[in-house]
Design a protein around this ligand. Structure first.
Ligand code: SF4
Length: 318
């Protein structure tokens, strides 16, 4: 990955007085439906890349399958549009072998919480230094309105036309109940200031910064967040110096709860109550073990690597 010209056209050894602008991160034209919340997330991510001046050739976006998993195509960084539910295994492999890269994982709710659920749980436990984004629109959008694990009970879909049978899975409490969890936050794509501040906090977290992003799908779940969009009193912000603070929102979102993200039990209680939409950092602990630190691969030169490879291949020589 690092030995050749990158997607942005730079070469190894290129002097690093470069500065990056929005155009340096823009990939293909995004083809999500008009009004889709994925557009807002892409904009916030591009803003983060510019603000942090992440080198395009040092940045990788890994996704699974679904509407949101088109993400890597729309960025001029490295990308891997993988298999349904398998974004985490690819991302952990990349990070383990190349700890110097900035790794972002982008998943949808069906992708992460259903077929990819086993990988999800273990990725939380492995706690590798990456950012994971769950773009949760509570539906399988790409396959045209099928019930997903986070579809609200009673919501009519093409696979359960009488209404979703089961209570929706709560990704927050699932993660907050997983061993070695280190950062769990929730934000909403229609509140750009909060979305950006949350992405930034996840990026600066040492460990797996997991952000569930409530996402509108005007095509298949248009009613889901309609009331919350019109009525800010339905939203409650978790605020703390170690959490997410967006002063621009002071005059709009008056419902606030002071929550210390170091308090796991309180974070769990706040995540359990689904009567209100709560946004902010539910839990954060940078002292949890990280698999990428424990298993950091030894640094070997290109010559040593070739010698090792030759030794391996020689075993099969006839
Ligand atoms: Fe977005 Fe829904 Fe359209 Fe998919 S189907 S691109 S999630 S609006």
């Amino acid at each position: 990955m690092s030995d050749f010209a990158c997607a942005a056209g730079c070469m190894p050894g290129m002097d690093d007085d470069r500065s990056f602008e929005l155009g340096d991160y823009e990939g293909a034209l995004a083809r999500w439906c008009p009004g889709c919340g994925d557009h807002a997330v892409l904009t916030a991510v591009q803003r983060l890349l510019v603000a942090e001046q992440l080198k395009p050739e040092q940045t990788v976006f890994v996704s699974g399958i679904g509407c949101s998993s088109r993400f890597p195509h729309y960025l001029k960084t490295y990308g891997f549009h993988g298999l349904h539910g398998r974004a985490f295994p690819v991302a952990t492999g990349v990070k383990l072998h190349r700890p110097d890269l900035n790794v972002f994982v982008v998943m949808g709710d069906g992708d992460c919480c259903s077929i990819g659920a086993a990988h999800w749980i273990h990725a939380i436990r492995y706690n590798m230094n990456m950012v994971a984004l769950l773009l949760d629109n509570s539906i399988y959008g790409l396959t045209k309105k099928q019930t997903s694990p986070t579809t609200p009970q009673g919501f009519k879909t093409n696979t359960q036309p009488m209404g979703s049978f089961l209570p929706a899975l709560n990704p927050l409490t699932t993660m907050l109940g997983t061993t070695n969890v280190s950062f769990v936050a929730q934000t909403a794509e229609w509140i750009p200031a909060h979305l950006y501040a949350t992405l930034r906090a996840a990026y600066h977290h040492k460990g797996l910064g997991f952000v569930r992003i409530l996402q509108r799908c005007p095509m298949f779940t248009p009613s889901l967040y309609e009331r919350a969009l019109r009525d800010p009193s339905l939203i409650e912000l978790l605020v703390h110096d170690d959490g997410v603070n967006a002063p621009e929102l002071d005059g709009i979102y008056g419902n606030r709860i002071a929550h210390d993200p170091g308090n796991l039990n309180e974070g769990r209680q706040l995540a359990e109550d689904s009567a209100r939409i709560r946004l902010g950092v539910f839990f954060r602990d940078e002292n949890r073990p990280r698999y990428d630190e424990i298993r950091r691969p030894p640094k070997v030169s290109a010559t040593e690597r070739i010698a090792l490879l030759n030794a391996e291949l020689d075993k099969y020589a006839v």
